[in-house]
Ligand binder design. Sequence first.
Ligand code: AMP
Length: 283
Amino acid sequence: MILFKKAAELSEYTDDQRRNGKRTGFAPTMGALHAGHISLVEYSKMENDITVSSIFINPTQFNDPKDFEKYPVTIERDIEMLEAAGCDLLFIPSVQEIYPSGFNHTKKYELGFLETVLEGKYRPGHYQGVCMVMERLLKIVMPDNLYLGQKDYQQCMVIKKLIEMIGLDKIINVNICPTLREADGLAMSSRNMRLNKEERESAATIFKALSLIKSNTGFKNIELLEQDAKKVLEEKKFKVDYVEIANADNLEEIKNWDGKKKMVALTAAYLNDIRLIDNLILN
Ligand code: AMP
């Protein structure tokens, strides 16, 4: 695996590969890697000649400075894991390399409705930061295929929209990969490393609450499904930001299900100061 710290050097390398007809897959991350991240690299390896990953804890997407400060860093282990997975190129830029003119930006990404609901509503500015870093990373790597996790359902939609907005949708193909879970159903997440033993046991309740919605879909009305799931979480001391059942295609809230629309249940909840998110397609 070749490690790059400089954007220009990585671009030069991937440009060269492209000229030689090689297909490039890209799996961006913020590090503290787990099997979910590695699965993106594995998908990429199956479908491309070259697989690129990146590790960059993007300051502009943290609306809560404490979350940024406490974000886990396990860089040496991450490098070993990527190397073992057969990743070809790894980009580990400095903040200066990604934001040479600082964070003060004038560009506003018009994400519309997507930014007003769920994560957009509860994490103001978060998706502006995601777009800032993704636009930069995509233009540096210029992959044929981008690999994202369904775990961050709304983020996948935001990034797809960004790719259209910056006119790269004919070049970059977005692949959304399934959420990898622990044996008890907890979605793998870098933030899980921060959970203590007791919190870790409770954390599986998120998947239980979403599964409860799924198993009762069609039998109970939507509001009741949401309320039941919220209750299950609160009984385990979660502070719930939202439990919402939405149209899986556009994240519009669903109040009454017509039996046809594809639906997704999404939740975000805190265990003490650790915020966890997850989602499940219902039908
Ligand atoms: P992050 O490092 O949290 O920014 O995540 C980097 C990429 O890994 C994103 O596309 C995530 O959606 C994806 N990802 C995170 N957790 C999982 C998981 N449990 N299963 C599959 N992909 C994941």
